[in-house]
Design a protein around this ligand. Sequence first.
Ligand code: NAI
Ligand code: 15L
Length: 268
Amino acid sequence: PAPRTVLLTGAAGGLGTLMRELLPAYGYELRLLDLLPIEGEPDAIVADLADKDAVREAVRGVDAIIHLAGISLEASFDKILKANIEGTYNLYEAAREEGVPRIVFASSNHAVGFTPRPEGDAPLIPIDTPHRPDTFYGLSKSFGEDLAQLYWDKYGLETVSVRIGSCFAEPTSVRMLSVWMSPADGARLLHAALTAEDVKHTVVYGSSANTRLWWDLTTARALGYDPQDDSEPYAEKLIAEQGDLDPDNIAHAYLGGHFVSDPPIWPY
Ligand code: NAI
Ligand code: 15L
């Protein structure tokens, strides 16, 4: 049966806020969790992923989990270890113990950020390209994907790992023309990841159907995802303002963009 009650971790964050607005239209009842309280959501669970008892209680009885919580930029290894590596492990252990059948894991393009970006007619980056994290942050997403594979192989807990590009209201850089995922397409992809049958552990790229796409959306489409948006209408203005990508600039040469050279740092 299609999942109905879904735990959304990281619900206070940028993507969590967008998905709180968009996913209920697909018929989900969302249970919310975040380290931070959410204004207007008194029932949201305020908990740290480090709190194993709280996490176990939070996952109890849900049909699926969308796991967005964690540090979403670069940080010290110790911080990443606690929030993203141990935190994701705690969530998977709780899900296994409580029999939650499926997790949709917010992985990131930064798990493969040191992959050279395709230029011209070069082939799109395949989903089975080796992990090449560009930061400790990206490394934690590579770990999360491997953890998901372990929990499928060993325990039959299914995951769709979504290597999200940039999911924001609008693309704001020339790089984002290639990796942008509109919020509406983000909701479409999460819905597909929650409802497709027999996903085992599937890894997909998360973006809209951008004209300047760098990666292969085949595995995402195989879930039933049918992206409706394209960043191209933003291209002329962004390129006029910022100039086109320069292959001699290291921050333009790889999939991960400026994360390879000057990653944005998590603020707390
Ligand atoms: P965000 O930083 O806005 O939200 C993350 C949320 O997780 C925050 O509300 C924070 O309080 C919460 N959190 C952090 N540590 C926690 C912990 N130990 N316990 C409980 N909650 C904790 O990030 P955003 O942009 O909403 O991203 C959500 C997820 O998607 C992240 O895992 C991020 O790595 C991933 N992602 C997002 C992309 C995007 O374009 N927004 C791109 C690629 C991946
Ligand atoms: C990510 O993984 C970050 O969480 C998000 O804030 C964006 O920076 C995105 O990647 C990106 O590559 O644009």
